[in-house]
Design a protein around this ligand. Sequence first.
Ligand SMILES: Cc1cc2nc3c(=O)[nH]c(=O)nc-3n(C[C@H](O)[C@H](O)[C@H](O)COP(=O)(O)OP(=O)(O)OC[C@H]3O[C@@H](n4cnc5c(N)ncnc54)[C@H](O)[C@@H]3O)c2cc1C
Length: 583
Amino acid sequence: MNSTTAGTTAIKQVDVLVVGSGAAAFTAAITARKQGLEVLMVEKDAVYGGTSCFSGGVMWIPGNRHSASLGPDSLKQARTYIAQEAGEYFDAERVDAFLANGPEMIDFLERETELECYPFSYPDYHPSYPGHATVRSIGTKDYEAWRLGKYRKLLRQGLTQTNFMGLAVGSNVEMKQLMSAGRSLKGLAFVLRKFGGVFRDVLRYGKPDPVTRGRALIARLSRSAFDCGIELWLNAPAKELVFVDGRVEGAEVQTQQGRVRVMARKGVVLASGGFPHDAARTAKVYPHKAAGREHRSLANPSNTGDGARLAESAGGWVDTAVQQPSAWMPISVIPYYQGPKSLWPHIVDRQKPGFIAVTSEGKRFFDEAAPYHDFVPAMVKACEHLPQTFCYLICDHRAIRRYGLGFVKPAPVPNGQHVRSGYILRGETLSDLAQQAGIDAAQFERTVARFNEHAHKGVDPEFGRGGNIYDHSQGDPDHKPNPNIAPLDVGPFYALKLVPGDIGNFAGIRTDGNARVVAQDGAPIPGLYAAGNDALSFVSGGYAGAGGTLGPGMTLGYIAGKHLAAAETTAQPVQSMKKGSHG
Ligand SMILES: Cc1cc2nc3c(=O)[nH]c(=O)nc-3n(C[C@H](O)[C@H](O)[C@H](O)COP(=O)(O)OP(=O)(O)OC[C@H]3O[C@@H](n4cnc5c(N)ncnc54)[C@H](O)[C@@H]3O)c2cc1C
């Protein structure tokens, strides 16, 4: 561990201390390291990668170099779009910093690290906003587990419940190929190729170890970080900051060998993944939690708001003046598992033909094919006058067999066990299903009848389902006349309970355009930076498009790394350092 001891506390000196080991942390660490700084990363858990390993590994970066191959875009257009997303919370300094640095960050990482991205056409989440485009999201190419060598076992697992027989699908494009496996040769070839990878893993490691999506992002960044000499301590939470004359110059880190005071000559970057599992803060900041309603988070359980508390201890603050405090996700709870593995993110099923969502009153409330971030607030609002906040995702037999329903796989995989476990409800008739679910049956039948009446024509006059290119991109392109709409008329019928959830927070530590944590008066706190979900989102709580948390969060890490490299080095002798002299 290369530390010297002074009294009972060991001391380690570096240029930069990075708290956390997700995508934002690695980006900050690599950027600083590549400019010659000595960098230490500390991670609270026994494995590294945080929520980033659970993610799709997609980054929203307007103006990235891959976009041009897909179609026209400009940073000016992107700025116009972000202004709509952020509304009254639009912060020009930070948005301009994001737009200027995002493409540069991708160039830097693809040039200097193992990161390899690929473009794919994906509509931004709000096609009606001026400046909307379909070219700003980029994915991470799959990686091979063996390339990580001794670090392979330390890389956090992804959300394995979203794998199927060890097979992890890397993108929406791949998902479409997977779903077409029974119908097209191309789809079948894709599945066979993927299973080839699973088979190789089983031979090598005794089990599948897919390094795709967010795991591939972290695997690629970490491989390069370790190769260029960045040290990472696991089981090492940062506990408190160290101050010298009002400047942050390190942190106390709890290790298995005891407390270590890490002195950081240039500064400290907080990238501990935000506060999705800080029960007290989320109960204040998430309106439905404040009202005592159910909420689940798919984020890494150790993301308990340590970064926010550390920033506050230095005079920083958590800015909650945002469009939405969190990146919302409708979630169902899988009864067989515990922890993050028990939660299913409803990203791809709601939008398919043959699905609708209703409240316990049996009424629809929203365009079910809309982005997850918009679906949850609509559910919360629709349930305001009801005792609990949840809805049922409903589909008919044809839809469940073709597309699956949450954790339930499409045909030919049998679904009886999920009915027996109570994960889904099955009714021979709509009325039977309503009774099992405790839904107002008469109203439910009227709702489905009204939806079906228009569904035959492929329209949804009530909520506009399937009425824009975002919805269409999530539907079934082979289904006509509308990729998102089919009547629910082939029994039996199914219902799955969805509750409000999140995949990470948007409210966060207030920073300036240089990723420096600022005090209430806007003055930067010397030596302290924040990135990723620890920091206030660039888009101020709007969800711009696929990759709208990783792209901006990593860009903040990049900006922090660059600024640290240019920052003055403190030359405080170790003996003279004292804590608590800030303020
Ligand atoms: C299913 C799912 C899919 C998603 N897909 C996407 C996607 O494709 N694109 C996208 O943009 N976003 C996506 N997201 C959201 C995205 O994963 C997160 O917003 C992002 O990973 C947050 O990154 P981060 O670097 O801020 O934090 P994290 O990746 O969570 O890393 C933070 C790390 O800090 C550690 N830590 C906490 N406290 C301390 C401490 N005191 N000391 C040291 N370490 C500490 C944590 O243990 C954790 O390892 C998805 C999320 C989920 C759940």
